[in-house]
Design a protein around this ligand. Sequence first.
Ligand code: PGA
Length: 252
Amino acid sequence: MPNRFIVGNWKMHKTISQAETLIQDILAMYQPHPSVELAVAPPYVALQAVSQLLTNTSIKLAAQNVYAKNEGAFTGEISPAMLKELGCHYVIIGHSERRHLFRESDHIINEKLHAALHHGLQPIFCIGECLEEREAGQTHSVIQHQLQTGLAGLETQDLHNITIAYEPVWAIGTGQAATVEQATEVHAAIRSSLVTHWNMDSTQIRILYGGSVTPENAQALFQSPHINGALVGKACLNSESFVKIAKLAISG
Ligand code: PGA
């Protein structure tokens, strides 16, 4: 498992044809390196087109969301098996936009994590505090709560297939990334919690930072031994800046 992992979350951007252009540009520019894994998360409707273009490449496909049930009368939802068949390797679960705009509770997120793992999809599990929570000194308790409730009922073995993304809500899409010190402090706390509560080997845990990551601030973030990579939003919509961030993640 490469110890650096960069994921591009395209959110609700790019039509199918625009998505094809973006991934073709990324593929033309990107030179894979064994220390870095790269994944992209296009919108649902572009997954098939992007999946085809990623065949026989090193870039992995991720979905931005999933529903927790296998099939049934759930209008508008997409199951883990559907994503698996499209070639998805990863799925983002618990993103702050899902939590806040779409009212996803810790319980729903826990169900989604279980369902994804059950179907062989590897979750990128997002956690993070809001500005008011940080200002009230609650960052650590919020993070611990999200970890405990989100990961409830999972075994150490399951956790080996999960990537954690620490995304402070106040840093997402604001241009105001956390400082290396702020991110490192929370990453270290997450890591020690996973070691203590889930008996994990700390070297087996990948924790990404997300929130206004750019080619300008990525290098400093990647110098922290606790930061294993980035979940990138805005900067991943431009092939040059996304590939630049991936290049900055090369280690060793
Ligand atoms: P941003 O988004 O890079 O635009 O802040 C990150 C995310 O939401 O994952």
